[in-house]
Design a protein around this ligand. Structure first.
Ligand code: CMX
Length: 435
């Protein structure tokens, strides 16, 4: 751990010096103009944040420290006999900004294994909630209960020097990431498997252990979890979950408070909850049509019905992307390799052929193509994970890697409190009238 911290600190010091010089020379340069529409419409397209871990290109999709998803699938270390990347390696890449060796990746795995013990009061907090509680609510309650363990909060209360914020955040982030699979699996087994819990296997990798504790022992499911945890980890800084974690963190709230806040945003249907909405929508379509193998015409009719009732087609569209999400494509490739004849997976592919032209014809949707959530559920259902209300929890476990690596960087670079200016419509009117 100390060596990892030393390597990080060297990178962070170099980056901080570079940023200092950059601002000294170019600090007054304009990065863009803001229109009134942007102020009212979700700040789309306004550059206002620095997030080092990944960058989203509207056409190409996400790149993590410069690497696309296919490149990560090729270059990141794999589990023994596996072919999907280990997300521990991606975490290393996002944190250190360089591709990890197998040894680096194994080091992260072993740190996470050693820190994975979840204190009993966290389970008590989850157990205090009614069984009908949404899994994302249980998850955030679990994370909040774990906040008692925050090293940052403790040291801050004792009087922590600013220079050391990053160090305590580093500790908290790794401990939190280590414990999330246990919390997620506990919720799954509590809600859907009669509270028959499965103890962690200390020898498994982070995603493999999550699959194991949930009760899935098919090695292909372990591979799916490795892919899933990799592709959902980060999507630059402006999306709701990343931005919220960063914003709350800017108040020097610790990793637990900041991450829990971000995950409350992930739980919204226009963001991470869309993965459960997709499968729910497909199941409802199957029930209405009376077939688990709908034709393209039946799908098209159902899409029209969804739009007419004033609802969105879940899994389609994106605030930034303007083409098929490479995270969708990576999952499609996984489906072609492992389950090419699965009816539900094939339905997802038929929807992919049917939906974009319909959405395009409406003329108002900026991106008619599928996002990550359009595909993930069908792969999970294939292995028997049909409880779709749980899906966003898996997204949340993965998202921890990106948002917490970013939070460590925020502290190491000394980023200040975030506080943009807001206006009232009255103030806008007065400004327009030149008052
Ligand atoms: N189905 C129907 N209408 C859609 C649509 C969809 N999939 N996507 C966008 N639209 C509509 C918007 O609701 C908006 O309508 P109004 O003008 O009537 O309000 C219009 O098209 C323009 O929207 P946009 O600029 O193209 O998209 P936004 O940047 O505002 O929103 C998103 C992006 C993702 C919220 C939106 O596409 C959507 O609601 N998609 C479905 C939900 C979903 O899949 N979310 C997951 C996104 C990925 C993630 O964050 O996890």
């Amino acid at each position: 751990m100390d060596i990892l911290k030393e390597r990080f600190k060297a990178k962070a010091d170099a980056a901080a010096a570079e940023i200092k010089d950059l601002l000294k020379e170019h600090g007054n340069k304009k990065v863009g103009e803001v229109t009134l529409s942007q102020v009212y419409q979700g700040m789309r397209g306004i550059t206002g944040l620095v997030t080092e871990t990944s960058l989203l290109d509207a056409q190409e999709g996400i790149r993590f420290r410069g690497y696309s998803i296919p490149e990560l699938q090729e270059k990141l270390p794999k589990a023994k006999d596996g072919s999907e990347p280990l997300p521990e390696g991606l975490f290393f890449l996002m944190l250190l900004g360089e591709l990890p060796s197998e040894e680096d990746t194994n080091k992260i795995t072993s740190i996470l294994q050693r820190r994975s013990h979840v204190p009993a009061h966290v389970f008590d907090a989850i157990d205090a909630l009614p069984i009908t509680t949404h899994p994302m609510t249980m998850y955030v309650v679990g994370v909040m209960a774990l906040q008692t363990e925050s090293v940052f909060a403790k040291k801050y209360a004792e009087g922590l020097n600013k220079k050391d914020y990053w160090d305590a955040t580093f500790d908290d982030a790794l401990t939190l990431i280590a414990r999330l699979p246990r919390i997620a699996a506990y919720i799954y087994r509590r809600k859907y498997k009669n509270s028959e819990h499965i103890q962690p296997n200390g020898l498994l990798d982070w995603s493999g252990n999550l699959a194991h504790m949930m009760g899935f022992n098919d090695e292909r499911f372990h591979e799916l979890m490795r892919l899933y945890m990799t592709i959902h980890a980060d999507h630059e800084g402006g999306n709701v979950s990343a931005h919220t974690t960063h914003l709350v963190g800017s108040a020097l709230s610790d990793s637990y408070l900041s991450y829990a806040a971000g995950m409350n945003g992930l739980a919204g249907p226009l963001h991470g909850l869309a993965n459960q909405e997709v499968i729910k929508w497909i199941f409802e379509m199957q029930a209405e049509i009376g077939s688990d193998d709908p034709t393209p015409e039946q799908i098209a009719d159902y899409v029209q019905q969804t739009l007419k009732s004033g609802k969105v087609v879940p899994g389609y569209g994106h605030a930034v992307l303007r083409k098929t999400d490479p995270r969708f494509t990576a999952q499609m490739e996984f489906g072609k390799k492992h389950m090419p004849d699965d009816k539900l997976v094939k339905t997802v592919w038929k929807i992919y052929e049917t939906v974009p032209p319909i959405l395009q014809s409406l003329g108002k949707i900026k991106n008619p193509w599928p996002n990550v959530d359009a595909h993930s559920g069908a792969l999970l259902v294939h292995f028997g994970l049909k409880e779709y209300e749980f899906y966003t929890v898996l997204f949340a476990v993965s998202r921890a890697l990106g948002v917490l690596a970013s939070l460590i960087w925020d502290r190491a670079l000394g980023f200040p409190l975030e506080r943009p200016k807001s206006v009232t419509t009255n103030a806008v009117k007065m400004w327009l009238e030149g008052k």
